[in-house]
Design a protein around this ligand. Structure first.
Ligand code: PAF
Length: 277
């Protein structure tokens, strides 16, 4: 992979990279198509990264279907699919991990303490293997995008991060490989999450509800009313760049990120909405 990338770079080609854990959906396709538009060579990686799952999470159950993914990559204009073996990425004597402090301690990081260390480690390894000029991520994992942006800046990586809007089902449910765990009824119910986030945005921009405690209470109420089978883990209102909590939006200027996580049975879903205030 490094030889292919090096050759492409030396012949003046721009490399666009879409990292994935496979079981691809339209959200991944949108990233690949954007990469196809903006780069000469498009590379996708498919690797279910054990380092970002804690022992009680779904590493073993995570959906995998390489042939299906390979055909999706081809139909979205990908030139190379990087599909490494776990032992090749993490041999027995593997000792090096990358950590972005502060940004990884809030939101998802509170409930998944080792998760981002695993993400930054694999993403940096993939950047070194694939040597991209552009790297494509989805806004659905808003904190992941912020953490990678910070890693790129702090480590002076010569890579341009491109974050694309979340792709959704017709009912608003964010596309996710984990949606395969949901029943049809749960998929319908879980559409309430995005509706609730939109209601939150409306309350801020139209009703001028600036006290975020009150705002979170309203979003929670909306979810409990419209999705009784959900179990909400958290709702947070933060600055989109540093992910710091905002307690009152009255004098705040900038990107407001409302994010949440909720369980449907054993399936944990995340979603968010980003808007300018
Ligand atoms: O967003 C994902 O699918 C993963 O976290 C990533 C970026 C491919 C790293 O394993």
């Amino acid at each position: 992979m490094q030889d292919i990338s090096e050759f492409s770079r030396r012949t003046g080609k721009k490399i666009g990279f879409v990292p994935t854990m496979g079981y691809l959906h339209e959200g991944h396709c949108a990233l690949m198509i954007k990469a196809r538009d903006e780069s000469d060579i498009v590379i996708t990686s498919i690797f279910v990264n054990p380092a970002q799952f804690s022992p009680n999470e779904d590493y073993n159950d995570y959906p995998r279907d390489f042939l299906r993914d390979y055909h999706i990559c081809k139909s979205c204009g990908v030139d190379y699919v990087f599909y490494p073996d776990t032992k090749e990425i993490y041999p027995n004597d593997y000792y090096t991990y990358v950590n972005v402090n502060a940004l990884t301690e809030t939101l998802e990081g509170k409930y998944r303490p080792e998760h981002f260390k695993g993400v930054t480690t694999i993403v940096l390894k993939l950047f070194n293997i694939i040597k991209p000029h552009f790297a494509y991520f989805g806004q659905k994992d808003a904190q992941q995008a912020a953490v990678i942006r910070k890693m790129i800046k702090d480590l002076n990586l010569d890579i341009k991060l491109k974050v694309s809007e979340t792709v959704r089902e017709v009912n608003g449910l964010a596309k996710s490989s984990r949606n395969t765990y949901l029943t049809a009824e749960q998929k319908e119910e879980a559409s309430a999450l995005y509706k609730a986030l939109n209601e939150g945005k409306r309350l801020v921009l139209k009703e001028k509800m600036y006290d975020t405690k009150e705002l979170k209470k309203e979003i929670k109420k909306f979810i409990e009313t419209n999705s009784p089978d959900s179990s909400l883990q958290y709702i947070a209102v933060t600055d989109n760049n540093n992910l710091e909590k905002i307690s009152n939006l009255k004098d705040y200027k900038g990107g407001v990120l409302i994010s949440l996580a909720a369980y449907y049975g054993k399936t944990r879903l995340i979603d968010n909405i980003l808007f300018e205030k």
